[in-house]
Design a protein around this ligand. Structure first.
Ligand SMILES: [Zn+2]
Length: 53
């Protein structure tokens, strides 16, 4: 399950993994692309923590 803020719902929604369209890994963040049960789509950024040395 993914918790995402849906602009069309106007509130956070919980989306099953089937609604996740893709995951982009970059150096600074993980971006999850999703679509909502209402048809809206969007993406949520999860900043990476710096690895402990
Ligand atoms: Zn929605």
């Amino acid at each position: 399950m993914l918790r995402a803020h849906c602009p069309r719902h106007g509130r956070p929604v919980l989306l099953p993994t089937a609604y996740i369209d893709g995951i982009d890994n970059s150096e600074r963040a993980i971006v999850v692309r999703w679509h909502c049960t209402c048809g809206e789509s969007g993406s949520t950024r999860f900043p990476r923590r710096r690895p402990a040395i």
